[in-house]
Design a protein around this ligand. Structure first.
Ligand SMILES: Nc1nc2c(ncn2[C@@H]2O[C@H](COP(=O)(O)OP(=O)(O)O)[C@@H](O)[C@H]2O)c(=O)[nH]1
Ligand SMILES: [Mg+2]
Ligand SMILES: [Zn+2]
Length: 276
């Protein structure tokens, strides 16, 4: 039978197939092959003997949370306490894009901003929409509920950004502790190896927030460049085919930054990422 792993505690994997769950063990052969079945994996399993027989090829995988076949990452982006960091947001977008995961940006804590601060942040919010991203505010509950259907999602963002709060609002049965520092530091209830996909609005959400691939070190400068989606719109108009949009002359990206079409902070963050 084929199913999806929705929960993993040590070596017990809960596999869902045809609306039924089976608690299966993984086989020694996976250890030899250095494959660890992950939550989110599509697997072939023996429903009688309760063994996972095979892990089907993955679309992608993350280490934290340990989940495979992730469709989208909800980037929980606080605008105050903790303050808005375009650097962190662009870094997350780059990493998520590189892992072939769709980024969805969700701004939080807009209620804490003054009128002036709101006016400053609004063009930034609009910019990310303009370049093609799905952008929400955490108060857009009705729209947010629609994004989960048939997808595997992870939540990511700084501690205190409002991840748990939003999850609780999306599903009032969850009762996830908010503002819980011991949880945030990885102590407390997540000391044992336990990952679970929560069923939210007909989709699956990893219960452990996070995105471990926080370092851009493993990406080459051109790989970083290619994750900046709006650059790709104009790159054919650069003089050099492999333009890094940095020191080259006749670079359309730099032109679009000076005329305000490309958000300056995006470009500045890009330069920081490739210079490392
Ligand atoms: N004012 C305000 N506070 C929020 C908002 N979202 C979350 N919080 C508060 O921010 C704190 C941290 O939220 P939490 O969900 O625990 O953040 P997490 O670390 O990302 O899971 C809590 O005290 C929440 O009540 C928001 O949109 N506005
Ligand atoms: Mg939390
Ligand atoms: Zn260029």
């Amino acid at each position: 039978m084929q199913g999806i792993i929705i929960k993993c505690i040590s070596n017990d994997y809960t596999v869902l197939a045809n609306d039924r769950t089976y608690i299966c063990k993984s086989r020694g052969k996976f250890r030899k092959l250095k494959i660890t079945p992950l939550v989110g994996d599509q697997v072939l399993f023996d429903s009688e003997q309760k063994y996972i027989l095979d892990v089907l090829p993955r679309k992608n995988e993350l280490v934290r949370p340990p989940v495979a076949n992730i469709n989208q990452a909800i980037l929980i982006t606080s605008v105050k306490h903790p303050h808005f960091s375009s650097h962190l947001l662009d870094k997350l977008i780059t990493m998520v894009e590189f892992n072939r995961i769709t980024p969805i940006i969700c701004f939080t804590k807009l209620d804490l901003l003054s009128e002036t601060e709101l006016q400053e942040i609004e063009p930034i919010i609009q910019y990310y929409k303009k370049i093609g991203y799905q952008v929400y505010k955490n108060t857009d509950l009705k729209q947010l509920k629609k994004i989960f259907e048939h997808k595997i999602s992870v939540f990511t963002g700084q501690t205190g950004a409002g991840k748990s709060t939003l999850l609780n609002h999306l599903d009032t049965n969850l009762n996830i502790k908010t503002n819980d520092i011991s949880y945030a530091l990885g102590r407390g209830k997540h000391t044992t190896r336990h990952t679970e996909l929560l069923h939210i609005e007909n989709g699956w959400v990893a219960d452990t927030p996070g995105f471990s691939a926080l370092s851009l070190d493993e990406l080459s400068p051109s790989e970083i460049r290619d994750q900046f989606v709006e650059f790709n719109t104009y790159r054919d108009l650069c003089k050099y085919k492999d333009c890094m949009h940095h020191k080259e002359d006749h670079c359309m990206i730099k032109e679009k930054v000076s005329d305000g079409t490309i958000l300056k902070s995006r470009y500045e963050n890009y330069l920081k990422f490739i210079e490392k």
